[in-house]
Write a new protein. Sequence first.
Length: 81
Amino acid sequence: MESILVATLDCIGTMIGFMFLGFGIGIGILGSKVAEAVGRNPETKSDIVHSVMTILIVIAIFLLILFAFVFLLLFYNPLVV
């Protein structure tokens, strides 16, 4: 049983690490493309900012769903009998 809990905690740590790594890389790429787009066409700044905020809200919702899944694995692990 301890090996199942250790494997679960290892997977949870890996999931959270990859989540923040992907989130950071994605936001960095998104920010660079937004700066490039606004630099090329400053008139569309408000449209670009609104679409970026929508994307960030969707990403934040996915992060919250992943945290809910992590806590589900922590407290209601189906592999532990």
